[in-house]
Write a protein that binds this ligand. Structure first.
Ligand code: SF4
Length: 437
């Protein structure tokens, strides 16, 4: 999401006549995009704000701003306390950044913009394309904010309530990207499964999923090959959406479905309105329709009051869900949230231990499942030379498995090519182009 917002801000500034540079020392305008979801991210941003003083001393005319969650929640305070900071643009004010910069160029005056605007505000569909470079993949924001108020999460406070973009404007953006050669689109939102049902309580009415309708429209766009999305809330993942994911050929068969905990009492305290069984039913239904489908998830270990029994419940759900990837977070209280008022009573070493166990369980099971893929042929979207060995290329199956292969002559980034799997590990499949192809 933040990457998409940074790209949008850069595209708007380029349209206003500025140039992009990846080198901090060359920049005349520097904008730090900030995240408040984890305390560590906020600490990092504060550190970076301090380091930026050095650049401003070298170039006193440099314009230095912040955007994103921290700009929204602490922008005014930071403008007061950080002398070299010129502006703070909140999460819904990206489209105003070029104007802010122009104003500062005319008159050096600190500015803060934190109002909420329409999710279809100008510029949300702006993308930065490197001149002469083909881009095969792009992010598209389909909604802003979140109204779920999970008890540990700061997002609804800093990003505001759910606001879905107009479907026609999203489809037009995807068409524009396809015309520019983009093959793969990642649809973004804090709760994409609730797209078009802003601020309503789950479950959605049976057979109703505006997000499934949107996927259907995007699936029809000529030139696009793959559609991915993140993140859907399990409580909004109804049968209509399950059917759409299973049946629409361009929708990738990999779903990131945040679990957070496999224990019903913990889910309740987290204000996650589903049970472990309901969560698993989504997984089971999808797997029954698409046996090769893969899943990834987010899990929090050491949530206040999490017992050994609660943890074992999470372990059992994870074993059945059989994830390809899991982002496991050791709980830490976030100021301003409901759970921050509760005692953070699970010792750090227990959190570490639970984190390690879940990762080990997942890796062992994944290694075994991947081994069964040897000899199979998959369509792989070629992403370019592998980071570890530039003589090989890497790419992704539509189930998001990482594949490393010897590139056939003439292959280009974004090509979809068949690769036969010869060898596997838990994280990577190694393969070659099958004979005769
Ligand atoms: S659904 Fe996600 S973004 Fe929204 S409050 Fe819960 S954890 Fe935060």
């Amino acid at each position: 999401m933040n990457e998409r917002d940074s790209d949008s801000a850069a595209a708007l500034l380029i349209a206003a006549g500025h140039q992009f540079t990846a080198n901090e020392d060359d920049a005349d305008i520097f904008i730090l995009n900030t995240c408040s979801v984890r305390e560590q991210a906020e600490r990092k941003a504060i550190g970076k704000l301090g380091i930026m003083k050095r650049l401003k001393e070298k170039k006193p005319d440099m314009i230095f701003g912040i955007m994103g969650c921290m700009a929204q929640s602490r922008g005014e305070e930071l403008l007061q306390s950080i002398k070299h900071l010129d502006f703070a643009a909140g999460t819904d004010q990206i489209h105003m950044i070029p104007e802010l910069v122009e104003d500062i160029l005319k008159e050096r005056k600190k500015s803060y913009l934190g109002d909420r605007t329409s999710p279809d505000s100008p510029g949300i569909d702006s993308h930065r394309f490197e001149p002469g470079e083909k881009q095969y993949s792009a992010f598209v924001s389909i909604m802003r904010g979140c109204s779920r108020f999970c008890s540990y999460c700061i997002v609804p406070f800093v990003r505001g309530p759910e606001r879905s973009r107009d479907a026609a404007s999203i489809v037009n953006e995807c068409k524009m990207l396809a015309e520019r050669g983009v093959k793969e689109i990642m649809l973004l939102g804090q709760n994409v499964a609730a797209y078009g049902m802003d601020n309503t309580a789950p479950p959605p009415p049976p057979g109703v999923s505006p997000f499934a309708d949107l996927l259907t429209q995007i699936n029809d766009i000529e030139g696009l090959c793959r559609i991915r999305f993140t993140s859907p809330h399990p409580a909004f993942f109804n049968d209509r959406l399950i059917q759409a994911v299973a049946e629409l050929p361009k929708v990738c068969k990999c779903v990131h479905l945040p679990l957070q905990s496999g224990s019903d009492p913990v889910l309740k305290r987290m204000n996650r309105p589903y049970t472990a069984e309901q969560y698993l039913n989504v997984i089971r239904s999808l797997r029954a329709l698409v046996p090769d489908i893969t899943f990834s998830t987010d899990v929090i270990v050491g949530f206040p009051g999490e017992t050994e029994e609660d943890f074992n419940a999470t372990r059992r759900v994870m074993a059945e869900a059989a994830y390809d990837n899991a982002y496991i977070f050791k709980y830490s209280p976030r100021k301003g949230t409901k759970s921050a008022k509760w005692e953070d009573d699970v010792p750090q070493e227990i959190k570490e231990e639970r984190n390690r166990i879940l990762l080990e369980d997942m890796e062992q099971a994944l290694e075994k499942r991947n081994r069964a893929l040897s000899g199979r042929v998959f369509d792989v979207l070629a992403e370019g030379p592998s980071k570890r060995n530039p003589n090989r290329w890497q790419g992704r199956t539509d189930t998001f498995k990482n594949v490393v292969f010897l590139p056939p002559p003439g292959v280009k980034e974004g090509d979809i090519i068949p690769v036969k799997i010869a060898r596997t590990t838990a994280m990577t499949l190694y393969g070659e182009i099958p004979d005769g192809m």
